[in-house]
Design a protein around this ligand. Structure first.
Ligand SMILES: [Zn+2]
Length: 103
């Protein structure tokens, strides 16, 4: 998966298309991510003990990672991401548009 926690991403599909946000969690196993302010769902919950409030709670739900593109911090565009090896052997991501290493 080429998106990680704390990346800035642009949503390119789904009801939040065109919005930007920061990745709050990444779930590589299911290829889904949670993005700040994206894909709010309403949860109806009953009070359960003293901890949980009854009512409707709005919170983010995960979206498929294929619905977003990474935003390059240098050229500020949605970037197609490539991988490249540094001289020390580390594998890093880079922006295919401007060549900037993202990690
Ligand atoms: Zn770039």
């Amino acid at each position: 998966m080429n998106i990680r926690k704390n990346d800035m991403v642009l949503v390119i599909a789904g009801k939040d298309r065109g919005k930007k946000g920061k990745v709050r969690f990444a779930y590589p196993r299911t290829e889904r991510i949670m993005v700040e302010g994206i894909n709010f769902i309403k949860k109806h919950s009953k009070a359960r003990g003293a901890v949980r409030q009854a009512g409707i709670i709005e919170r983010e739900a995960t979206i498929p990672v294929s619905n977003v593109m990474l935003l390059c911090s240098k050229c500020n565009k949605p970037a197609r991401v490539g991988f490249r090896f540094l001289t020390d052997g580390r594998r890093v991501r880079f922006c295919r548009a401007c060549g900037e290493v993202i990690d």
